[in-house]
Design a protein around this ligand. Structure first.
Ligand code: SF4
Ligand code: SF4
Length: 115
């Protein structure tokens, strides 16, 4: 690796080459607009569930993309699938469908039953 004059602490390093990205590919097959997400956070700012929980679509989407599934099923249960986030997304991302498919995939991976 090239010496850039600084290093990243190991605890903050994410090696995507070692991550299982196959689950996210399945989400993209079902919801192609998932690829358009810029992680801008507009959906999170207007999220209905955010009014009474700490649910953060941007965060769970990013973690799922990286294959970091621990605790995600519980987080996704906080979403009410109301669809408001989809209305405000400036990229036309079908957020609701992404959440729904992430839930199903996590269930199939035995992370937790969907409600
Ligand atoms: S889904 Fe849309 S609003 Fe939400 S972070 Fe991605 S681009 Fe932004
Ligand atoms: S569908 Fe879920 S993430 Fe989107 S606004 Fe509603 S509660 Fe929030």
């Amino acid at each position: 690796m090239k010496d850039l004059g600084f290093s990243i602490s190991q605890s903050r390093t994410i090696d995507l080459d070692k991550s299982d990205l196959s689950a996210y590919r399945r989400v993209v097959e079902k919801v192609p607009s998932a690829k358009l997400c810029l992680m801008c956070g507009a959906c999170t700012a207007t999220c209905t569930a955010r009014n009474h929980t700490d649910f953060n679509f941007r965060k769970v989407h990013l973690l799922f993309r990286r294959g970091q599934f621990e605790g995600l099923a519980e987080e996704l249960d906080k979403c009410m699938l109301c669809g408001k986030c989809r209305l405000v997304c400036n990229r036309g991302v079908n957020t609701r469908a992404i959440i729904y498919n992430m839930r199903i995939i996590l269930e199939n991976l035995n992370y937790k039953s969907i409600k």
